[in-house]
Write a protein that binds this ligand. Structure first.
Ligand code: GLY
Ligand code: MN
Ligand code: MN
Length: 439
């Protein structure tokens, strides 16, 4: 992974300006044991990575704001023996020059160096409650400082959640980040196209999941951005289905929610298509409805609208469609008011996207209003419709589950759909599945 160091040092400068004064402590994520002495693949903390570009575990960033701002990294030292077993590590000396820090220390110097830097500072910017082990460490450093009160050393008067300041930065992507997110989106879109072309009646869901992993890794992504949902038939009506272990049947739809992570940045795409390459009339009716809702929602993605406008637009279209299909009764306003649409559409229409698949950042401003969309925001637009068998539902709709999800960047004048390369209309999907139909 290679982040331009200017990008990260500019972010640190921005953060220190926003802090005004005091010190920030931002640790990376711990390694997590999967079983006995085997670990899950390591994933750095997104806040730490955003500010450093540094991907090794056992690291911490400290920022000192004020007249002479300073950024300091603590990281693992070089270790010939460990590097034979586990691979390369930068070590404190190389990390300083390679990543552009003012000072670096080895992680085992933490308890000596941090209290010195923390003493006599007016404010501590730390995300209390995010990780109890770090909470304990910080509390111990502060108690140590308190004991030095008679020597004229004071503890910070104030504490603030540093993540809130970083969230505001993370919400507005730089051109560099948008470029990466486009590449992440392109890889995932290619994988969805591949899935449409590789699917066959009688294959297993996990065979199709494997096509995604193949395409993600082959194209340079480091990981799936989240556990892929590969849900045939009724499984699509389970929102977080990820067993991915069922047979794909003739006449069923296949809903796939899968995206990759490229240099830390997620893509998040859902496509729904017929296993045999051809929609039935009922499937097509619901699909066209969800697509119309998505088109209406994407149309609202621009800086003149607030966060919730796309969701509201999608709901209007879906609810009208549910009434027309006999799934809901009453007028659009009545159905919105009584919430009966939630039997078929029970989630919201999107979320911020970035380093985290459900990315950082508030959805409302301090006054409690939806925040206005802003150029550089990236969000998903993902309406759906999930119809479980029920007495109040015509049988030809039973077990149809459809979601259509794209990643959308807000521009100065409108928006850019990053994931448009993944086939989406009925015509596009059936055309790219022509070979599947002919066997
Ligand atoms: N894949 C997670 C989501 O769509 O929110
Ligand atoms: Mn999503
Ligand atoms: Mn998704």
């Amino acid at each position: 992974m290679s982040f331009p160091i200017q990008e990260c040092s500019a972010r640190r400068q921005q953060l220190m300006t926003a802090m005004g004064e005091g010190v920030a402590i931002i640790p990376t994520a711990p390694e997590v044991v999967r079983n006995r002495d085997s670990h899950y693949p390591y994933r750095f903390d997104s806040y730490f990575y955003y500010l450093t570009g540094f991907t090794e575990p056992e690291a911490l960033l400290m920022l000192i704001a004020g007249k002479t701002p300073k950024s300091i990294l603590f990281c693992r030292d070089k270790n010939k023996e460990r590097e034979i077993w586990d691979g390369f590590r930068y070590g404190a000396e190389a990390a300083k020059t390679e990543f552009g820090f003012d000072e670096t220390y080895t992680i085992d110097q933490l308890d000596v160096v941090v209290p010195k830097l923390l003493g006599n500072q007016p404010k501590l910017h730390f995300s209390l409650g995010a990780d109890t082990q770090w909470d304990t460490k910080v509390i111990n450093w502060l108690s140590g400082l308190r004991e030095q009160g008679r020597m004229g050393i004071s503890t910070p008067d104030e504490m603030a959640d540093v993540r809130k300041l970083v969230d505001e930065l993370r919400l507005v992507k730089t051109p560099y980040e948008l470029g990466l997110m486009q590449r992440s989106a392109d890889i995932a879109a290619g994988a969805h196209l591949r899935a449409m072309q590789k699917v066959k009646v009688g294959k297993m869901e996990n065979e199709i999941e494997a096509e995604f992993l193949h395409e993600f890794y082959r194209k340079g992504a480091q990981a799936p951005a989240y556990t892929s949902i590969v849900a045939g038939g009724k499984n699509a009506c389970t929102l977080h289905y990820n067993a991915n272990n069922c047979l794909l049947n003739d006449g069923d739809l296949l809903l796939i929610d899968a995206g990759c992570e490229l240099d830390g940045y997620a893509s998040d795409i859902t496509r729904t298509f017929p296993v045999n390459g051809q929609f039935t009339a009922a499937q097509k009716d619901i699909y066209e409805l969800v697509l119309a809702a998505q088109v209406a929602a994407i149309d609202k993605v621009n800086p003149k609208n607030h966060w919730n406008a796309p969701h509201e637009a999608a709901l209007q279209v879906l609810v009208q469609g549910f009434i027309d299909a006999g799934l809901c009764q009453g007028t659009v306003d009545e159905v919105l008011e009584n919430g009966s649409y939630r039997q078929f559409y029970m989630h919201r229409t999107g979320h911020w996207l970035g380093l985290d698949v459900h990315d950082a950042g508030e959805y409302k401003n301090k006054a409690g209003d939806w925040r206005m969309l802003q150029a550089g925001n990236v969000l998903t637009v993902e309406p759906g419709c999930y119809i479980r068998p029920a007495d109040n539902v015509p049988e030809h709709f039973w077990n149809i589950g459809i979601r259509i999800e794209d990643d959308v960047a807000v521009t100065k004048t409108g928006c850019e759909v990053l994931t448009k390369a993944a086939p989406k209309t009925v015509v596009e999907i059936e055309a790219c599945m022509a070979d599947v139909r002919s066997g």
